[in-house]
Design a protein around this ligand. Structure first.
Ligand code: NAD
Length: 480
């Protein structure tokens, strides 16, 4: 890919994708799409309405019996063609995410395009396997697709979070109505270009763009949606759970996090800090699994702070389409303002600023925030407890492993975490004590087939891999 090439031109999409066709929305309203690196409007999508949701859910309902009865190998063939059609668009996906979200293009190619392709590839193989059945005494226990899925996704990984729902739902035999984030809807359109090209049966997957309060609520509240799969903020997840509870519909929720990176005294400090800072700043810190609390043994604390400051200096905010850029803007003015508010509060709380901060230099336009590090952060302070969702790292010293585990678990979230130690057995023992859905030991790589999800207010249920498919099924016991 030519990384220095100009960003794509203005993108205007006028249709919904319903029952296998590009169709006109019920209403003529539209939503502008902004380039957060410049503040310019670069595209537009329809603002869907509850009537559009009704039409899409009806299409998904009509398609459900046929898709549920389709043999797993045939469903896998459909997903395989979808993978090929999406892979052919990998460059366009990376550019579109760089444009509407601001992820640096090189990172967008690797993560924003590469990761969902890897997830979909894995799903093709899993979808081909007939669902496992088991015999329990005189019962045959089988799994069946739950039905119509309403998928509501955020802006920070705009294709990955969609594929993480659509692919396993389709693999399980469910049909889907997707509402992508109104901040990054153009990437979702590329998926539906691929859906149309792959020739998926009409109605198995449908697209209704729009705002959360209008299209999101209509989807979450629709009586014919059997499961609402949501990724986003904990506040919205709670609202969706309430809407679904009114009709006892199932929900799967992937929510926020405040993950801890535990660096024990015997760790390879340069690696732990380099990877830890990279993780915290990934996608400008707009990553639900970001290790936003770095916990360092007091014996190595001063050394670690020097390494952190040096590592952060390598992340200068800049143009996402410049190949040298490692840190893009935040997604919107509102998000940048929220993050600056967290920084101001940490300063007021007397956390020690060691990099970035409110006065650091920034590009003259766009929604940029300087990569910012606070040291000596109190584990109970707002900065250690609230999800910032920006390029802000809190460093906290600890005296022994028990204290480190207690600080890590002192959170209403429980999504991810990390442990670094020269003694892998010790690191694994600590990983088991963390109350989170995933833990990386000594930089263990992300595994797209492993279950993904959170404890406590980080969510309900799991995505990805075989566990992700099981999330979209019901269990039935047949006695004989
Ligand atoms: P958000 O909750 O504002 O929006 C997410 C989606 O929900 C969007 O499509 C939005 O339009 C929709 N929505 C908003 N209000 C709604 C309502 N009342 N009813 C139905 N739908 C509604 O979140 P965001 O700002 O887009 O994303 C950032 C948040 O998401 C962060 O808190 C982050 O931690 C979390 N997140 C979690 C994960 C995860 O896997 N756990 C992944 C990404 C993001």
């Amino acid at each position: 890919m030519d990384l220095a090439a100009a960003p794509p031109a203005r993108l205007v999409r006028r249709h919904l994708h319903v029952a296998g066709e590009w169709v006109d929305p019920a209403d003529g309203e539209s939503i502008p799409v902004e380039n957060p690196a410049t503040g310019e409007i670069v595209g537009q999508v329809p603002a869907g309405t509850p009537a559009d949701v009704g039409r899409a859910v009806a299409a998904a309902r009509a398609a459900f019996p046929g898709w549920a009865a389709t043999a797993p190998a045939e469903r896998a063939d459909h997903l395989d063609r979808l993978h090929a059609a999406l892979a052919a668009r990998a460059d366009e996906i990376a550019r579109t995410v760089a444009l509407e979200l601001g992820t640096p293009l090189k990172l967008a190619a690797r993560v924003q395009a590469g990761l969902p392709l890897a997830v979909l590839r894995g799903m093709v193989d899993l979808a081909a396997r007939p669902p496992a059945e088991e015999t329990v005494g005189n019962s045959l226990v089988v799994r069946e697709p739950v039905g119509v899925v309403g998928a509501i996704t955020p802006w920070n990984y705009p294709l990955h979070q969609v594929v993480a729902k659509v692919a396993p739902a389709l693999a399980a035999g469910c049909t889907v109505v997707l509402k992508p984030s109104e901040l990054t809807p153009l990437t979702a359109y590329l998926l539906f270009d691929a859906v149309a090209e792959a020739g998926l049966p009409a109605g198995v997957v449908n697209l209704v763009p729009g705002t959360g309060p209008v299209v999101g609520e209509a989807l979450a509240a629709h009586p014919d949606v059997d499961l609402v799969s949501f990724t986003g903020s904990t506040v919205t997840g709670r609202r969706i759970a309430h809407l679904a509870a009114d009709r006892i519909a199932r929900v799967a929720l992937e929510l926020g996090g405040k993950s801890a990176n535990l660096i024990l005294a015997d760790a390879d400090l340069p690696s732990a800090v380099r990877v830890g800072v990279g993780n915290a700043l990934l996608n400008s810190g707009q990553t639900c699994t970001a290790w936003t609390r770095m916990l360092v043994h007091r014996d190595r604390y001063a050394e670690a702070l020097d390494l952190v400051a040096a590592a952060v200096a390598g992340y200068r905010p800049g143009d996402p389409f410049d190949p040298a850029t490692r840190l893009g803007p935040l997604v919107s003015a509102a998000q940048a303002e929220r993050v600056q508010g967290h920084i101001a509060r940490a300063v007021a709380d007397r956390a020690r600023l060691i990099a970035g901060g409110p006065d650091a230099p920034l590009p003259t336009r766009g929604h940029f925030v300087a990569p910012t590090v606070f040291a000596d952060v109190h584990p109970d302070s707002a900065l250690a407890q609230e999800e910032v969702f920006g390029p802000v790292l809190a460093v906290i010293p600890f005296d022994d492993t028990d204290q480190a585990v207690a600080i890590a678990n002192n959170s209403r979230y429980g999504l991810a975490g990390a442990v670094w130690s020269a003694d892998e057995e010790q690191a694994l023992a600590v990983a088991r004590r963390l109350r989170t859905g995933q833990v990386d030991v000594n930089g263990g790589a992300f595994n797209p087939l492993a279950p993904f999800g959170g404890y406590r207010q980080s969510g309900l249920g799991r995505e990805l891999g075989a566990h992700g498919i099981a999330e979209f099924t019901e269990l039935k016991a047949i006695q004989r």
